[in-house]
Ligand binder design. Sequence first.
Ligand code: KIV
Length: 281
Amino acid sequence: MQKKMIPEIKLHKHTNEPLVCLTAYTTPMAKILDNYADLLLVGDSIGMVLYGMENTLGVDLEMMIRHGQAVMRGVQNTCVIVDMPFGSYEESPEHAYRNAARIMKETGCDGVKLEGGMDMAGTIEHLSNRNIPVMAHIGLMPQSVIKDGGYKVKGRSQIEEIQLIKDAKVVEKAGAFSVVIEGTVEDVASIITDTIHIPTIGIGASPKCDGQILVTEDMLGLNEKPAKFVKEYTNLRTKIESAISVYADEVHARTFPAAKHLYTRPKVVNSKAVNCNKKSA
Ligand code: KIV
């Protein structure tokens, strides 16, 4: 299989084949997801998921680059997008370009994502015109959590609906290759999907979006308090807990490690040491 790149992602708008998108932050996880996903996002949700932060505002560029590199080491097939963290792109299009170029150069990823609609159109245009593919992110924008006073669903009022549709049209015009629609009323996400010509990626939005994304750890049941829009496809938390409790019991009972986990001395034949144990050496 050939690696999916931005043009193939854009094509999904026309083929009507939904895009399978997930977050990834590490090499082992990226290796697993690489066989199933069209697009992996190194999301700034990493702040909460891996680093125990309260929200995404504490995530910095170095973290995104380090984890972007880790994910790139794990993929062969999938398009990889890295989130621009809070404070790395809002100041000016030039500042955003410098940081986006660093992300692209130092990770080798396919593009960046940033939060914002009309307010970020100038920046999206600046980056897109300079060979940096941009995925926009509208609706509920986690980096606005302090300003919004929480994670608020968007599109419930007519004013919000009109603004969201405008945002989507403007980011498309500015050159975004796709747009994430998060935490948005179903029919508004559906109208946006019918209105614009770049793929919409829904998270808590609509099955009509051109693709779906979830935080991988959420859908694996590792988040104690997942959002309403998360479907847990398994519960790794309980599976990990039962494995760890068996391990703890075995350590206490001294039944782990067992004989097969131990190293032995090489067998001695005719006073010469012969290593019969090459595999475990
Ligand atoms: O940071 C993130 O993981 C995201 C997705 C959930 C869309 O922005």
